[in-house]
Design a protein around this ligand. Structure first.
Ligand SMILES: Nc1ncnc2c1ncn2[C@@H]1O[C@H](COP(=O)(O)OP(=O)(O)O)[C@@H](O)[C@H]1O
Ligand SMILES: [Mg+2]
Length: 278
């Protein structure tokens, strides 16, 4: 794929020639992308291909080994932490790791980011705000519940309400439907669509759930071995000529992996001699 050049103002989020290494291992290999405001972009690819690491660069939770990241035309990858805190209020996070606080009620979970950023808050206004955010995700009335009392899907919805607490322009989702049954996953998909439509939020969604990607995304970007190997709408991805893309979207194991698995099987068999069972 031809390497595109992107400019800082080509999108609300722009990464330019991004390289990320951990030790000698290259995880992201010269990625250039511009993410358009108001759209939903899905990042897909096999486990370990660098999706989460990529997403963390969008908000400088990881710093590039090389290359630049821009938000709203401003370079962010080199900003000090104190400047990033303010910047991050433009973002909502729905990360695997940013689970709800078990010891806090639903109400306090949602209020948490607000208290961090706004010093003087009228408690009545706070009640209204939480009520409104929970209503958006269909969870008004659960304010006094604790996370342990909620189903997996309900917890995700509360996490989403917390992500929109500060009226973000962008929401970053990391595997929002992983571990959920198909129906609950679809509720989350619908909410992502709703937030984009009604609040004009820009969404970046890391997922390996193709049903979800097809349903929610205006654009799907596939990473493989640290590079972008496909980039386009659902139709483009479905019809993509690259075998790696087809194997991934059809959930098939590639020839190379298959060969490795078979080889592993042979080794496994020959490891056990009759003497081992005596
Ligand atoms: N902080 C880190 N230090 C070293 N290696 C890391 C670190 N974070 C991620 N990696 C490695 O980078 C690769 C990509 O990880 P990740 O982005 O989490 O993959 P995924 O596509 O599944 O989200 C993995 O091999 C992972 O082990
Ligand atoms: Mg990940």
């Amino acid at each position: 794929m031809a390497r595109k050049t992107v400019n800082p103002d080509d999108g609300i989020l722009v990464v330019q020639q991004l390289i990320k290494r951990f030790g000698s291992r290259v995880v992201l290999d010269t990625i250039s992308l511009a993410i358009e405001a108001g759209k939903t972009t899905a990042i897909i690819g096999p486990s370990g291909c660098g999706k989460t690491v990529f997403m963390k660069h969008l908000i400088a939770l990881e710093r590039p080994s090389k290359g630049k990241v821009f938000f709203d035309g401003q370079r962010i990858d080199n900003l000090p932490e104190r400047k990033l805190a303010k910047l991050r209020t433009h973002f909502g996070f729905c990360f695997q790791m940013s689970a709800l606080f078990d010891s806090l009620s639903v109400f306090e979970n949602i209020v948490f980011p607000i208290r961090q950023h706004i010093k003087t808050i009228d408690e009545n206004a706070l009640d209204e705000l939480v009520k409104h955010k929970l209503a958006v995700v269909g969870m008004d009335g659960f304010q006094r519940h604790y996370p342990a009392e909620l189903s997996g899907g309900q917890r995700k919805r509360v996490a989403l309400a917390r992500a929109i607490a500060l009226n973000p322009e962008i929401i970053l989702y990391d595997e929002p439907t992983t571990g959920l049954d198909p129906i609950t996953s679809d509720v989350i998909n619908e909410l992502i669509i709703k937030l984009q439509k009604e609040l004009k939020i820009t969404s970046v969604v890391v997922t390996h759930d193709m049903n979800s990607a097809y349903k929610i995304a205006d654009r799907i970007i596939m990473l493989h071995k640290g590079k972008v190997i496909a980039d386009g709408n659902a139709g483009h991805i479905r019809e993509h000529p690259n075998d790696l893309v087809q194997q991934f979207i059809q959930g098939k194991v590639g020839q190379a992996e298959l060969a490795a698995l078979r080889l592993g099987g042979t080794r496994f068999e020959t490891q056990f001699l009759p003497a081992d069972f005596q």
